[in-house]
Structures are given as structure tokens and as C-alpha cells.
Design a protein around this ligand. Structure first.
Ligand code: HEM
Ligand SMILES: Nc1nc2c(c(=O)[nH]1)N[C@H]1C(S)=C(S)[C@@H](COP(=O)(O)O)O[C@H]1N2
Ligand SMILES: [Mo]
Length: 392
């Protein structure tokens, strides 16, 4: 079959699809309204996502600030809250333009080929980014790659293709930026099909519901509403959620063992101090009210007490602003270790915590000792600590 014959045969089918898809609510105005919201959402996700990346990577050139203590809690809460809202908005926008994906003929020249290619990249990255993001927060790691590097790379591709898309569509966007005059025919209720108001109301309601049923994971007073969130404030041992339990981490025996000791190692292994839990308890205890702010979006404040990290490393003669490597009893899986950079070590609220809410730590919260520091993502708040090593 020659390619022209194929085109001839496909044409009636594609035309019928387009005819059925023609409904008054689908128009450039609907697309522009949803596109504006999506644009703001993608920018917010990009900025907060990049921030999350940097606080976790802690590159040497980055000035790290542990204060304000709530900063990461807010940025990651916004990232996941806005990210979830992008899902219905994105589906709504695709609904409003999808008949154009069947435009016939599909390409008319080099320019249109490039334009379609850029839209393909935009749609594919946006769908993938939102899908794996939502899956990650639902702790459904069904994709065959590791989330962070892929999500990070897609963020740049998505930003680039979104900027290109806005540039290409600038004339249409400008034309439909403002609502058409009320007397215009385009706002009249359609005789059949879905009107613009109906379409926007449906997408708005879905977006509002998504946000309302999930923000409670980071906005504690709304916790009872957070039915879409896998972790909710208040639910868990000692009233605090747990991402990985002691059983899952494989530390049930080692964490409860009477032989547990904390090793504090000086720079280049020069000095070693070994402390029992009673030794730690007899050191000066400091209290701090700090949130656990999980990268997956949930967060909750709690009252911690224990030994300041900077007082601990002073035992091996290290400076209060030393970089540290903290290791857990956990032998497999991510988050077994974390680097505590100088500004965090130095902060008076950075603790090797022994208690939570005035009680000895629950096994699932890191008994016998865990890191809690202001402004750090949850993944860096290492539980079941066995060793603190001064770096270089
Ligand atoms: C649509 C635009 C989005 C952009 C541009 C974006 C960008 C980013 C970036 C750059 C990171 C940091 C990755 C790293 O640490 O290397 C990140 C992390 C994250 N994003 Fe997104 N994201 C988007 C959407 C979403 C959505 C829809 C969700 C889910 C609701 C989501 C959930 C997450 C989570 C859970 C993390 C933390 C991952 C971790 O460190 O383990 N993101 N995002
Ligand atoms: N050793 C170890 N520490 C860990 C983890 C882990 O898997 N292993 N999970 C981290 C993550 S992702 C979070 S959000 C916090 C949660 O602390 P919580 O369980 O006490 O609420 O612990 C962090 N500390
Ligand atoms: Mo986490």
C-alpha cells in the first residue's frame, strides 16, 4: 500500500474523530486558562524541586542555611501539593486540545514537523513527570528506574519544552489571555456538547478536591481530610508517621541490643570515643521543636531532646562546624548514611535525639538515637545511628 493510499483511507476516520471531538468548551480560551495555571504550577514545582535537589546534594558551593527551620517543610509541601494539582489540570488541558492531535495531514512541512515534535516532547515529559511524581508520593515504586535522577532530568526537559511551547504559542495566548466579551457568541450555552464553563468547572472541582484531600499531610490542622495521603500527621507511634520501620530496615535486633554503642570518630580516624546509651543520657540534654519534612510531602513538628551534635564531636576535638558522616545500624537500602555539613553541625538545635515528646524514642523513630536537625529533608534525619565520623 503506497503511503498516499494509506492517507486516503485514514482520512475519513480521522475526520469523524474530529467531528465527535468538536464541542464548544474546547477552544483556545479554555486551553489558555488551563495553560496559565499549568505554567505557574510547573514553575513552582521546578523551583521547589531544584531546591530539594540542592538541599539533599549539599554541593560545596552552596551556602547552606538551617534556618528558618520550616523552610524545607514549606517548599516540599508546596512541591507535592502543587504537583498533585497538576494532574487534573494537565488532563483537562489535554482534553481541551486533543482533537488537534488528529489534525490532518499530520505535518505540512519542516516548521510544522518541528512544532509537533516539540509538543510531543512537552506532553510526554509532563505526563511522565506528573505520573512518576504521584506514584512516588504514593510509595508505589513500580517504574524500572530510580526516581530522583530521572525526575531531575525530566524537570529540565519539561522546563525547556514548556518555555519553547509558550514562545511558539505566544500569539494565540495573547489573543485569548482575557475573557471574551460577555455578549460574544462563544460564551453562550452550547446546544450540545460540553460548554467552556462546564469544562473549567469540572477541572477546577477535580483540582480543588485533589488539593483538599491531600494538603493535610503537611498542613497539620487539615490532617483528618488528607485521605489521599499515604502518611498523615498524628498517625503513627508517638503520634508521628514513619516512612521506614525498624523491621523494614532490618534493625530489630541490633537497635535493641544491650551491646549498642555510639562510635564518635575524629578526622582521619585519629580519635575514637565509644559511648553507651547511659553515657549519652548523662551528657547535657537539649530540647528542640523541629519538623520531620519528608521529601515525599508529609511533614509534622515534634518535640525532641538529646545531645547536640557539636558537643558530641567536641569529644574527639573536632570544630563545631565540622562536616560529618552519620551511619545507621541499617545495612541495606537507601538513607543508611547522611552527611551533616558544617552549618547544620554547628546549629544549637541539631541533635542526636534520644527522646520524642518526652519519651524514649520508639524503635520505629530511630531508637536508641537518631539525627534531627533544622531545615533538613526527612531522608537526611538518619535513624538508628551507630557512628558519627568527622570528615576531612
Ligand atoms: C511538573 C513539574 C515538576 C517538576 C519540574 C519537578 C521537579 C522536581 C525536581 C527538580 C526534584 C528534585 C529531584 C532531585 O532531588 O534530584 C523533585 C523532587 C520531587 N518531586 Fe517533583 N517535579 C514536578 C512534579 C512533581 C509531581 C507532580 C510530584 C508528585 C506529586 C512530584 C514529586 C516529587 C517528589 C516526591 C520529590 C522528592 C524526590 C526525592 O528526593 O526522593 N514532583 N521534583
Ligand atoms: N536509617 C534510616 N534513617 C531514616 C530513614 C531510613 O530509611 N533509614 N528514612 C528517612 C526518612 S525518608 C524520613 S521521612 C524520616 C522519618 O522519620 P520518622 O520515621 O521518625 O518519622 O526518617 C529518615 N531516616
Ligand atoms: Mo522521607
Amino acid at each position: 500500500v503506497s503511503s498516499t493510499r494509506l492517507v486516503d483511507r485514514a482520512e475519513p476516520f480521522v475526520r469523524s474523530l474530529r467531528r465527535r471531538a468538536d464541542t464548544p468548551g474546547r477552544g483556545p480560551r479554555t486551553t489558555v486558562v488551563l495553560g496559565r495555571l499549568l505554567g505557574v504550577g510547573v514553575l513552582l514545582c521546578f523551583a521547589t524541586g531544584l531546591f530539594s535537589h540542592l538541599v539533599q546534594e549539599q554541593p560545596a558551593w552552596l551556602p547552606l542555611a538551617p534556618r528558618p527551620v520550616w523552610l524545607y517543610r514549606v517548599t516540599q509541601g508546596v512541591h507535592v501539593g502543587v504537583g498533585l494539582a497538576l494532574a487534573p489540570l494537565l488532563l483537562g488541558k489535554l482534553w481541551s486540545v486533543h482533537p488537534r492531535l488528529f489534525a490532518w495531514p499530520p505535518v505540512t512541512g519542516v516548521r510544522s514537523a518541528l512544532e509537533r515534535l516539540s509538543v510531543l516532547v512537552l506532553v510526554a515529559t509532563a505526563l511522565l513527570q506528573v505520573a512518576i511524581g504521584v506514584m512516588n508520593t504514593a510509595q508505589w515504586y513500580a517504574f524500572p528506574f530510580s526516581f530522583r535522577p530521572v525526575h531531575y532530568a525530566l524537570a529540565w526537559v519539561l522546563l525547556g519544552s514548556a518555555v519553547l511551547h509558550v514562545a511558539v504559542k505566544a500569539p494565540v495566548i495573547a489573543r485569548h489571555w482575557r475573557a471574551p466579551r460577555a455578549s460574544g457568541p462563544s460564551v453562550e450555552a452550547p446546544e450540545e456538547g460540553v460548554g467552556r464553563r462546564t469544562a473549567l468547572t469540572a477541572v477546577g472541582a477535580a483540582t480543588a478536591a485533589t488539593v483538599l484531600l491531600s494538603v493535610g499531610q503537611s498542613v497539620t490542622p487539615l490532617a483528618p481530610l488528607a485521605l489521599l495521603a499515604p502518611r498523615r500527621p498524628g498517625l503513627g507511634p508517638q503520634g508521628l508517621p514513619v516512612n521506614r520501620t525498624a523491621r523494614e530496615a532490618g534493625v530489630l535486633q541490633t537497635a535493641r541490643s544491650a551491646d549498642w554503642r555510639l562510635e564518635v570518630v575524629g578526622a582521619a580516624g585519629a580519635r575514637l570515643v565509644v559511648l553507651s546509651l547511659d553515657d549519652l543520657r548523662s551528657m547535657p540534654q537539649t530540647s528542640a521543636t523541629l519538623p520531620i519534612s519528608c521529601v515525599e510531602g508529609w511533614s509534622q513538628e515534634a518535640d525532641w531532646a538529646g545531645v547536640r551534635l557539636r558537643e558530641l564531636v567536641a569529644l574527639v576535638g573536632a570544630a563545631p562546624d565540622s562536616d560529618l558522616l552519620v551511619s545507621s545500624l541499617q545495612v541495606r537500602g537507601g538513607y543508611r548514611t547522611s552527611v551533616v555539613r558544617g552549618p547544620y553541625t554547628e546549629d544549637p538545635a541539631t541533635l542526636l535525639a534520644l527522646t520524642l515528646g518526652g519519651e524514649q524514642l520508639d524503635l520505629d523513630h530511630g531508637y536508641p538515637a537518631r539525627v534531627i536537625a533544622p531545615g533538613r529533608p526527612g531522608v537526611l534525619q538518619t535513624k538508628w545511628v551507630r557512628r558519627v565520623e568527622v570528615l576531612g
